[in-house]
Design a binder for this molecule. Structure first.
Ligand SMILES: [Zn+2]
Ligand SMILES: [Zn+2]
Length: 135
């Protein structure tokens, strides 16, 4: 049980309520670059603690995961790994991120060269549990 966070897409057709959000990760992988234009900022929520209202289009990203987008405006709101008890909420859609902490950067090995990470937060080559911390 954590704090309840609310959020919405750009047009407001899709809203959600998350009972607790994990720390935020910035993901620099190629997949996130293609999906959003740069990197994503996402926080995790247990699926049974996420309530979504409105029509979400779930689109396959790969055999392993799907993205959830507002059916009206296309805002990229959720990233769902099949079989996982939790999913990621893109923090740009969260109304108020007060109280959330950014843990660091993942998949920095796939980061393009046109920007640098200079915030001093931990950086990981891949996913933290499996990856090697690069700095
Ligand atoms: Zn929308
Ligand atoms: Zn990514």
């Amino acid at each position: 049980m954590g704090e309840v966070y609310t959020g919405s897409c750009l047009c407001g057709s899709v809203t959600f309520e998350a009972d607790g959000l994990s720390d935020i990760w910035y993901c620099h992988c190629k997949q996130c670059q293609k999906l959003t234009g740069l990197y994503i900022s996402a926080a995790g929520v247990e699926k049974d603690k996420l309530t979504i209202s409105g029509t979400v289009n779930w689109l396959p990203i790969s055999g392993k995961s799907q993205s959830g987008r507002c059916a009206d405006c296309g805002s990229y709101m959720f990233w769902d790994m099949h079989g996982s008890p939790s999913m990621s909420v893109l923090t740009g859609c969260v109304d108020d991120t007060s109280g959330l902490t950014v843990r660091g950067h993942i998949y920095v090995e796939e980061k393009p060269s046109h920007y640098e990470i200079t915030d001093g937060l931990p950086q990981y080559k891949g996913y933290p549990e499996e990856g090697t911390r690069s700095t």
